[in-house]
Design a protein around this ligand. Structure first.
Ligand code: 3HC
Length: 698
C-alpha cells in the first residue's frame, strides 16, 4: 500500500492520502506528498487536488512520532512545498481535518469542504500548538477573534461554519473529492499568487489590538494551569507583529519547547489512555450483541440522564417509573434539558423533537420485553436492586444485557440473584449522565464476553469514555475517593481551613476543591450514608466536623451554608464563621492542637492517597492498567487533564518519592488511614513507573 496514491483526472493531478485509520501525517505520508507534488508539478497537469481516502482528509500529525528523532521531510517543509507549487493546489476537506491536516489545507491555494467536515486545530488539547505554520497562516486567512478561538480552544468547527468565517472557498454536500476535482478544473488557468497565505502582509491595526485585549485573562481562566493555550495566543499575536519568517521561527521554537514539556507528555498519555481503556480486555473474545432499543428503570436525575445519552445517540429508550406522574415528571425534565441546549444553540428545535420521539414512559415492566439492554438506576439499596432485577429477569428476552448503575454495591451478588448471571454487568454512569463522559463498565465473575463487548460498543456509540472495572466497594473511582476525602478531612482536623485545602487543590488544577464539591453535592448525602453504616472509631473521628455541620443545618449550597457561606444572589462563597466554630470545637474535643499546614503537604496527602489506593486497585486486578485509572479520574472526577491523571502524576513525581511519603504517613496513628500498597513499594524499589508496569503486563 502506498501512503499517497497519485492519479490523473483530465488536467488535474490527484494525490490521495491512504493511511488508515485517520490519515495521520506519518513520515510515509509526508514523503508521499513531497514526491507526488514534484511529480504533479512536472507532469503537465494544470492543478493538483489533495484528498484523503475513506472520508477523512487528515486528522493531524502522527502523534506516535512525537518524541522520536525527526525524519525529513518535516511537515512544515512539505506544506511550504505545497504553497510554492507552480500550479494551483486544492484541498478536498472532508471528515476529520485536524491539526497538521488543517495546516496542509492552509498551505493549499483553495479549500473545498464537505458541510459535515470537522475542521480544527486541537493541538492545545495535546499540550502543544499548531507547529507547521497554523498560527501564522490562519490569521492571514480569517479574522483575529476566530483564529484565536480555534487555536487556543482546540474546538473543531463544521464545514458550514468554516465557510461562514472564510476558512474555505466552497462547501458541498456530496462527494468532496469529485467536487474538488471539478473546482480545480475551473480555476486551473487563473492567477493564484495572492492565495499563498505566507506571502500576505498582516499588521497590528487598532481594531485588532482591541480584539486581543483581555484575551490572556480569559485564556488563563479557562486553561486552569495549562500552558499551551497561552503560548499559542502569543504566537497568533506574533503573526500581526512579526514578518512571516520570524513568526514561523517563533512558532517552531515554542512548538519544540511544548512538545518536550511535562504537560504535553501528560496530555498525550491521556489521549492514548482513553483509547486503550475503550478496547476489550485481552482475555475477552466474540462480537457484541445488537442493541436496537434500551430500557431504563428509574426516571430520576440519574435514570433520566442515562436515557438522554441514548436518545442523543438516536437509540429508542423506554423508562420505567412507579407512577404516571413520576414518569411524566422525568420525561418533562429531559425535555427541559434539551430545550436548554437548543436555547444555547447546541442542538436545533428539530433535534429536541427527534429525541423526544425516541423516549417512551411506562409503569409496566412488560414494556421491556423487547429491550436489548436494560439499565437499572434505582435507589442504592441491595434489597431494592435485587427486587428490581427479579422483575427484569421475569420479562427480559433471552440475550438481553442487564446492567446496574450502582456506585458501590456488589454486582456479583445482584447477578447471582437472577437466573442469568452471565448477562449481568455494571454500567456506572456519573451525574449528570448526559454530560459526564465516564462510564465504568463493571465485569462480574460471571459476565459473558459478548455482554461485556456489548457494553463497550454501546459506550462508543453513545460517546462515553469506557473503562472496564472489577467488582469491589466503589469500583475504581469511588473507592479511590474515600482515602482522598479522608485525608482532606484529617487536614481540617489537624489545622488547615477548608479554604486552604480547596485553594491548594484548585491551584493544582482541579476545578473545585473537595469541600466546595461537598457543599455543592449537599453534605446531608454523605451524612446519611455514614449513618446507614457501622463506622470504625477512626472513621467517626474524621467525619465529626461534617456530621456537626449537617446537624447544625449547614447542608451546603442548598441551605446557604456548609463549609462556606454562600451569597443568596451571587452564590459567591466566603468563610462560614459557624463552620470555623465547629472545626475549632471538634479539634478541642479531640485534644488536637492545630498546626500550620503548607500547600505541599495538602497536595501530597490528598494526591498520594489517590495513587496509593490506585496501586492497590491495580494489584487486585480491579483496574487493568494504571492508565485506565487516569481515564476514570479525568472524566469522572475533573482531575486536571494536563497532569495526565493520578497515576501518571505519581510517575512524574517519581514513585520513590511517593512510596517514601506514604510509608511515612503510615507511621503511628497514620496506620489507621494508610496501608502502603505493596505494588507501589515494589515499583519504587525497582525504579519503575506505573506506565512501565502497564507495558510489562500487556
Ligand atoms: N496520530 C496517531 N494516531 C492517531 C491520531 C494521530 N493524530 N489520531 C488518531 N490516531 C489513532 C488512535 O490512537 C487510534 O488508534 P488505535 O486504534 O490503535 O487505538 C485510531 O487512530 C483511531 O482513533 P480513534 O479511536 O480516536 O477514532 P475516532 O474515530 O473515535 O476519532 C479522531 C478520530 C477525531 C481523529 C481522533 O482520533 C482524534 O481526535 N485524533 C487526534 C487529532 C489531533 O489531535 N490532531 C492533531 C495532532 S498534533 C498536530 O497535528 C501537530 C501539528 O500542528 C504539527
Amino acid at each position: 500500500m502506498t501512503a499517497v496514491e497519485m492519479n490523473r483526472e483530465g488536467d488535474v493531478a490527484v494525490l490521495l492520502i491512504n493511511n488508515p485509520p485517520v490519515n495521520a501525517l506519518s513520515h510515509a505520508v509526508r514523503m508521499g506528498l513531497k514526491l507526488g507534488l514534484e511529480f504533479a508539478d512536472g507532469s503537465g497537469a494544470k492543478a493538483v487536488v489533495i484528498a484523503g481516502q475513506g472520508g477523512t482528509f487528515i486528522a493531524g500529525a502522527d502523534i506516535k512520532e512525537f518524541g522520536q528523532p525527526p525524519k525529513e521531510p518535516g511537515l512544515g517543509d512539505v506544506i511550504d512545498l505545497i504553497e510554492a507549487c507552480s500550479i494551483p493546489v486544492v484541498a478536498a476537506i472532508e471528515g476529520n481535518t485536524l491539526g497538521g491536516g488543517l495546516e496542509v489545507a492552509l498551505g493549499c491555494h483553495y479549500r473545498i469542504a464537505n458541510v459535515k467536515a470537522r475542521v480544527g486545530l486541537p493541538e492545545v488539547t495535546l499540550g502543544i500548538l499548531p507547529g507547521a505554520g497554523g498560527t501564522q497562516r490562519l490569521p492571514r486567512l480569517i479574522d483575529a477573534p476566530e483564529a484565536l478561538a480555534m487555536i487556543t480552544s482546540g474546538a473543531p468547527i463544521d464545514g458550514r461554519k468554516a465557510k461562514a468565517i472564510g476558512l474555505v472557498d466552497e462547501i458541498i454536500e456530496g462527494n468532496c473529492v469529485e467536487a474538488a476535482i471539478a473546482y480545480a478544473h475551473s480555476i486551473a488557468d487563473k492567477p493564484f499568487d495572492d492565495r499563498r497565505l505566507s506571502k500576505r502582509e498582516l499588521s497590528l491595526s487598532k481594531v485588532i489590538s482591541l480584539q486581543f485585549e483581555g484575551v490572556d485573562a480569559q485564556i488563563i481562566k479557562r486553561a486552569r494551569g495549562a500552558i499551551a493555550p497561552l503560548k499559542a495566543a502569543e504566537c497568533v499575536k506574533a503573526a500581526y507583529t512579526l514578518p512571516y519568517p520570524e513568526g514561523i521561527a517563533k512558532e517552531r521554537e515554542t512548538f519544540i519547547e511544548l512538545v518536550a514539556s511535562d504537560q504535553s507528555k501528560a496530555l498525550r498519555h491521556i489521549f492514548f489512555a482513553e483509547r486503550a481503556a475503550a478496547k476489550a480486555p485481552s482475555d475477552v473474545s466474540g462480537t457484541p450483541r445488537d442493541v436496537a432499543s434500551v430500557g431504563i428503570i428509574g426516571g430520576g436525575t440519574m435514570g433520566g440522564g442515562i436515557a438522554m445519552t441514548f436518545a442523543d445517540a438516536g437509540i429508542p429508550v423506554t423508562i420505567i417509573e412507579m407512577s404516571d406522574e413520576a414518569s411524566k415528571r422525568g420525561i418533562a425534565m429531559m425535555e427541559k434539558n434539551w430545550q436548554r441546549s437548543a436555547a444555547r444553540g447546541r442542538i436545533s428545535e428539530k433535534d429536541v423533537e427527534t429525541r423526544m420521539a425516541l423516549v417512551t414512559g411506562s409503569t409496566s415492566y412488560d414494556s421491556l420485553k423487547d429491550a436489548d439492554l436494560i439499565i437499572e438506576a434505582v435507589f442504592e439499596t441491595m434489597a431494592i436492586k435485587k427486587d428490581v432485577f427479579g422483575k427484569i429477569d421475569a420479562v427480559a428476552k433471552p440475550g438481553a444485557v442487564l446492567a446496574s448503575n450502582t456506585s458501590y454495591l456488589d454486582i456479583n451478588e445482584i447477578a447471582a440473584s437472577t437466573s442469568r448471571p452471565r448477562d449481568v454487568l455494571g454500567m456506572h454512569y456519573f451525574s449528570p449522565a448526559n454530560i459526564m463522559r465516564l462510564l465504568e463498565i463493571v465485569r462480574t465473575d460471571e459476565t459473558a464476553d459478548d455482554a461485556l463487548l456489548t457494553a463497550l460498543a454501546i459506550a462508543k456509540r453513545t460517546r462515553k469514555n469506557a473503562v472496564v472495572a472489577g467488582v469491589c466497594h466503589g469500583f475504581i473511582g469511588n473507592r479511590m475517593l474515600t482515602p482522598y476525602a479522608r485525608q482532606a478531612g484529617l487536614l481540617l482536623l489537624e489545622g488547615a481551613s477548608p479554604e486552604q485545602v480547596d485553594s491548594a487543590l484548585t491551584k493544582f488544577g482541579f476545578a473545585m476543591g473537595v469541600f466546595s464539591v461537598g457543599d455543592l453535592a449537599g453534605l446531608d448525602i454523605g451524612y446519611k450514608s455514614r449513618k446507614d453504616r457501622q463506622l470504625e472509631p477512626h472513621e467517626v473521628r474524621v467525619s465529626l466536623i461534617a456530621d456537626r455541620l449537617v446537624e447544625a443545618g449547614h447542608l451546603g449550597q442548598k441551605s446557604g451554608s456548609g463549609y462556606y457561606l454562600y451569597d443568596k444572589e451571587t452564590r459567591a462563597r466566603s468563610e462560614n464563621p459557624a463552620a470555623t466554630d465547629i472545626i475549632n470545637a471538634v479539634r478541642e474535643e479531640l485534644g488536637i492542637t492545630p498546626r500550620a499546614i503548607d500547600e505541599n503537604e495538602i497536595i501530597q496527602r490528598t494526591q498520594f492517597a489517590l495513587i496509593n489506593e490506585g496501586a492497590h486497585i491495580l494489584a487486585e486486578g480491579i483496574a487493568q492498567r494504571s492508565s485506565d485509572i487516569d481515564v476514570v479520574y479525568n472524566h469522572g472526577y475533573a482531575y486536571p487533564r494536563w497532569r495526565g491523571g493520578p497515576m501518571h502524576y505519581g510517575d512524574s513525581v517519581g514513585l520513590k518519592i511517593v512510596a517514601d511519603a506514604v510509608v511515612k504517613f503510615a507511621e503511628g496513628d497514620g496506620a489507621l488511614f494508610w496501608k502502603p500498597a505493596p505494588l507501589l513499594l515494589e515499583l519504587a524499589e525497582n525504579k519503575m513507573t506505573f506506565s512501565e508496569h502497564d507495558r510489562h503486563n500487556q
